[in-house]
Ligand binder design. Structure first.
Ligand code: ZN
Length: 114
């Protein structure tokens, strides 16, 4: 992917460590570098409080996973009256969400978490 160098305005690869034209370090360029705007610690907090409905995945930009967890949470909620089945689903979802948030190294766009 090509990004625009903030120093000289030249189109450069986001894989480059420094701009080949003016030498500015690419790490210094906020969101367009390989570093995510999101923090894993925040994702874990999201997972603890909203993990059942995919809160951590929404935060990190894993939209498809967040959607799947939300759907499973709805199924879990409605199946609680069925022998408490839903409670088991919700508990597994909650634990899974925390493990998932802890294991992420990148956000939904593949940028490294802070
Ligand atoms: Zn440059």
């Amino acid at each position: 992917m090509l990004i625009t160098c903030p120093e000289c305005g030249k189109r450069i690869s986001d894989k480059a460590c420094t701009c080949p034209n003016c030498g500015v370090p690419i790490e210094a360029i906020g969101g367009s570098s390989g570093l995510s705007d999101q923090k894993r610690s925040v994702a874990v907090v999201f997972a603890i409080f909203l993990g059942i409905v995919g809160g951590h995945n929404s935060y990190l930009g894993y939209k498809k996973r967040a959607m799947i967890e939300f759907v499973l949470a709805v199924i879990g909620f409605f199946t609680i009256p069925v022998f408490g089945l839903g409670a088991v689903i919700l508990f597994v979802l909650w634990v899974w969400g925390i493990v998932e948030a802890l294991s992420y190294k990148t956000d939904g766009e593949g940028r490294l978490l802070r």
